[in-house]
Design a protein around this ligand. Structure first.
Ligand code: 4F9
Length: 246
């Protein structure tokens, strides 16, 4: 069981995502628990102001320190000790390895900032780690938090039914081979014959080769990091020889 505490100004952004499919089932089965906190609830004053203009000028609004700090303090206090993670494009880039590490934790506290950022003093004194899902700017951390939630929940034992149990522990070192389903012919385009053949060994080898090809073509960095060995290397050699002959 992992518990996710999400701190956001827009808790409604999570409602439909949490109420669908895998995340819904995982919560119903008690495999994950998700709590949403609106840090506007921690803002003082009649206006419950949560952001303000940046000192020194500039575009956008900066999240004020007090409500955010109060929210983090309150959420932290209520439950087991856990690091506080800020979703920000300035953070360390998330990858599958980190996802698997996060999935070992009993609890994730995810803080969603807004585009122009959070007051630096909160980042310094209340945030333990910063996480980016990639090099692009979002309107806020919410979409990124959902990415983390989805990716981490999939690693929790029992969350995936039969649909992709293997995905739970395999690090994607290769891109997948192309997939097809019925009909066997679509707008004049046929499914590769080997897949209809029923020759399981040939299908396995075809997939292995296609997966290697795709990886070579689109993600050569993966092949450099995890070089072809064993059967993969043999297949590539056989193909290279075939090309020479023809
Ligand atoms: C967060 C972008 C994580 C990428 C948060 C604006 C963000 C982000 N990864 N962009 N606020």
């Amino acid at each position: 069981m992992i518990r996710f505490d999400l701190l956001t100004l827009f808790p409604e952004m999570f409602a439909s995502a949490l109420d669908e499919s895998i995340l819904k089932r995982a919560q119903a089965a008690g495999l994950i628990e998700v709590r949403l906190f609106d840090f506007r609830d921690f803002a003082e004053g009649r206006h419950r102001q949560v952001d303000d203009v940046p000192y020194g000028g500039g575009d956008g609004m900066v999240l004020k320190p007090e409500p955010l700090a109060a929210a983090i303090r309150a959420v932290r206090q209520n439950g087991p000790e856990a690091p506080v993670t800020l979703l920000t494009p300035q953070g360390r880039r998330l990858d599958q390895e980190w996802v698997r590490e996060l999935a070992q934790r009993p609890r994730l506290i995810l803080v969603c900032g807004r585009y122009a950022g959070v007051d630096e003093r909160v980042r310094e004194h209340y945030v333990d780690e910063e996480l980016s899902i990639g090099d692009y700017v979002l309107s806020g951390g919410e979409a990124a938090a959902l990415v983390v939630l989805d990716a981490v929940a999939r690693q929790v034992p029992g969350v995936l039914g039969n649909e992709d149990s293997a995905g739970a522990d395999s690090f994607p070192r290769r891109l997948e081979a192309p997939q097809y389903t019925r009909p066997a012919e679509f707008e004049g385009h046929a499914v590769p014959e080997v897949l209809l053949s029923g020759h399981h060994e040939q299908i396995r080898r075809w997939r292995l080769l296609e997966s290697l090809r795709r990886t070579q073509e689109r993600r050569p960095d993966l092949l450099e990091r995890y070089p072809a060995a064993g059967e993969e290397a043999e297949l590539l050699e056989a193909k290279a020889k075939e090309r020479k002959r023809s």
